[in-house]
Design a protein around this ligand. Sequence first.
Ligand code: KG4
Ligand code: ZN
Length: 344
Amino acid sequence: MISKSNYGCMSIIILAIESSCDETSAAILKDGRVLSNSIATQEVHKAFGGVVPELASRAHQQNIIPVVDEAIKTAGVAKEDLSAIAFTRGPGLLGALIVGTSFAKALSLGLNIPLIEVNHMQAHILAHFIEDPMPGFPFICLTVSGGHSQLVLVKDYLVMEVIGETRDDAAGEAFDKSAKLLGLDYPGGPLIDRYARQGDSQRFTFAKAKIPGYDYSFSGLKTSVLYFLRQQLQQDGDFIKNNIHDLAAGIQKTIVEMLTEKLVLAATDYGITDIAIAGGVSANSGLRQAIEDLAGQHQWRTFFPAFEYCTDNAAMIAMAGYYKYRQQEFVSLDIAPLARMPLI
Ligand code: KG4
Ligand code: ZN
């Protein structure tokens, strides 16, 4: 265990590394304030219609040093000023996580400063504490990304309970897989969002899974979209092209309704009125609008991180690292990444 710590007498400066999927990111946080947040997005996956794990690992390996250098330079700090290194331990693609984990371990060893492991899903939630306005405890966070869909009861910065989650595909996957069926590029979520803005969401309806409790299931949606498109394309080869806006609007409405129905149920049952959303899908304009509309009906206060902090970024990892640093929650250098990592 590395014991050097300057907590209590100097500023806390955290360098954070994120490499769980297809963004290589590094950030510097000083006393809870983001000084830099550098992100290299891997374009290589576009041609494959999804993230190719092996290519992601190789791209992280190429990007990590330039991204860290940029984050340090932009922040205007020296490596010697760093209090600790925080890194994403999981969940994510193992080969991708290994790159960030190994880099963080090497730097921690070289600079003789503490190492902090961070859960990527917890960090998505802590993105809410990067900027004002911030939710009050307890709040419910709907965390929706390409790999996860969770309803989390957040009791404190580091005390969280998953009360509902997807049993199969994540909401982001539902967007991306449906988009692929429409012939759209990866990631398709933002494209569906864009087309849906000019579409009629009532024209095409898709079946919603009926799962008890607060859990979700999205795998049926892509099958429902697939069968519907197959049938229509037999009669009109240009069906998708001629109806892309309405199709996108119908798919988006179905996903948003599935997400918000369980959110309302959980918020009502738990008597919670501070509602937050996090993860890449929280950038979706239809979801944001639906939650704003529900806020009016249920007297909720709602919280959406700035767009740059919704998708994968190291600033949120640094935020989690900062709260862990204050509790002196450090790990030793034999730590290994985890593809699956429970929130608690
Ligand atoms: O959190 P994130 O950046 O990475 C993961 O940890 O997965 O989330 C990426 C997911 C992708 O599935 C992407 O299509 C989706 O977020 N996404 C969106 C939008 N922006 C990103 N989905 C719907 N509407 C958007 N505007
Ligand atoms: Zn994420």
